[in-house]
Design a protein around this ligand. Structure first.
Ligand code: DMJ
Length: 421
């Protein structure tokens, strides 16, 4: 539950449509028509990024597929609510807003994923409503992130202050949590705008090269992974499940930009993500895993060390996240290699076997102990229906269901049609 926004239902609308579950879709859509998104419980702060990608993205994605005006009306209602977040001295949006007291300020620091991956949804809302305001707001935020002073070309510190427009000192650089979709939207904005805006392509290529040069390493077993870079040259050799979206982005980018070297790296990285599933007793991948330096024999003796993966499992949960399947799907679409379908199927079977419960699916506490008591949490995030299941379905569907030259999937897997002039 997030406020009164029925977010699982809104996030799942276009999944129902794509799966051909049209009776359920119509019922869900009728219900969406009754939601008053302006109502929010007292004291609740609406998370701007999450509601942009899940609610606005969900409504727009469904609208793109079935063109029912009620969905666009509701999308505009949500867009108007979220637009209030951009009222800051810098144009960088507040991370949260209180609908019952819009002047109340929350945390002034926002991560780049939250501040800088709103463009697809807002640009699409502008195109569909004919009102340029939404796209302009999101663009202005991204321009502020681009203009703020930083140390590394192509890399962006993870946090920025919405009032001063300055990045947090002693920065950390990542392609995972708090940063991920910021890099994703550079490429996807370029695609959404029909390849007309060269600046997005240039930003994407500059960032891609910086990530490859600074954040990619190999493990002692020769597995490529992406870690984080701290200040003064500190490097954290930890890969996150969230970062497993990145191989898919690289593959999509290789297709769009013609950079074949990116496809080779994408294949290496997605293999690491897949093996992080394969080598766990459940067949599901952990939230975080850390590759020790070659000569670090102490780390390799820790009980949390996985001999097969050659990594310490630093967070053993599987939260029903989509990223590995997202990359497997994109690699399959780009290469046509059937092994990706085999990988996806084995993950699907593990999800079915170990996370299915009465009435839904549940996050797993420890992917190494599928049969342990109390190994499931009472939680199913809306992205399981919006993304995880959708990517699986698309992996086994004909390519003309959401062709990637006609649609961009937002970071919550909602299909937005490429804008043609
Ligand atoms: C989703 O809401 C989106 O994919 C977001 O970009 C990252 N986190 C979750 C899924 O793990």
């Amino acid at each position: 539950r997030w406020g009164n926004w029925s977010i699982s239902l809104v996030d799942a609308l276009d999944t129902l449509y794509l799966f051909g579950m049209l009776d359920e879709y119509e019922t869900a859509k009728r219900y969406v028509g009754t939601i008053d998104f302006r109502q929010s419980p007292l004291g609740h702060r609406v998370p701007v990024f999450e509601m942009t990608i899940r609610a606005l993205g969900g409504l727009l994605g469904a609208y793109e597929l079935d063109q029912d005006p009620i969905l666009l009306k509701k999308a505009q209602e949500v867009g108007d609510i979220l637009a209030q977040a951009f009222d800051t001295p810098t144009g960088i949006p507040w991370p949260t807003i209180d609908l019952n007291d819009i002047s109340s300020k929350g945390d002034a620091e926002v991560c780049i994923a939250e501040a800088g991956s709103l463009q697809l949804e807002f640009a699409k809302l502008s195109q569909l409503t004919g009102n340029p305001k939404y796209g302009e707001l999101a663009d202005r935020a991204n321009e502020a992130l681009e203009a703020a002073e930083r140390e590394h070309r192509g890399l962006y510190p993870m946090f920025i202050n919405v009032e001063t427009g300055k990045y947090r000192p002693l920065a950390t650089y990542s392609a995972g949590a708090a940063a991920d979709s910021f890099y994703e939207y550079m490429l996807k904005q370029y695609i959404l705008q029909g390849g007309q805006e060269q600046k997005y392509k240039e930003q994407y290529i500059t960032a891609t090269e910086a990530i490859a040069d600074n954040l990619v390493r190999k493990s002692q077993r020769g597995l490529s992974f992406i870690g984080r870079m701290g200040s003064a040259g500190v490097f954290y050799r930890e890969m996150e499940h969230l970062t497993c979206f990145y191989p898919g982005l690289l593959a999509l980018g290789a297709n769009v930009t013609g950079r074949r070297q990116d496809l080779a790296l994408a294949e290496e990285l997605v293999r690491t993500c897949y093996l992080s599933y394969k080598y766990m007793a459940s067949g599901l991948g952990p939230e975080r895993f850390l590759f020790p330096e070659e000569d670090d024999s102490i780390m390799q003796k820790l009980p949390s060390y996985s001999e097969e993966l050659g990594a310490i499992i630093t967070d053993a949960r599987y939260l029903l996240r989509p990223e590995t399947l997202e990359s497997i799907f994109l690699l399959y679409r780009v290469t046509g290699d059937r092994k990706y379908q085999d990988w996806g199927w084995s993950i699907f079977e593990a999800i079915e076997r170990h996370t299915k419960v009465n009435g839904g699916y549940a996050a797993m506490v420890d992917v190494r102990k599928p049969d342990a008591a109390n190994n499931l949490e009472d939680s199913m995030e809306s992205f399981f229906l919006a993304e995880t299941l959708k990517y699986l379905y698309l992996l086994f569907s004909p390519v003309d269901l959401i062709p990637l030259d006609k649609y961009v999937l937002n970071t919550e897997a909602h299909p937005l049609r490429v804008i043609t002039t």
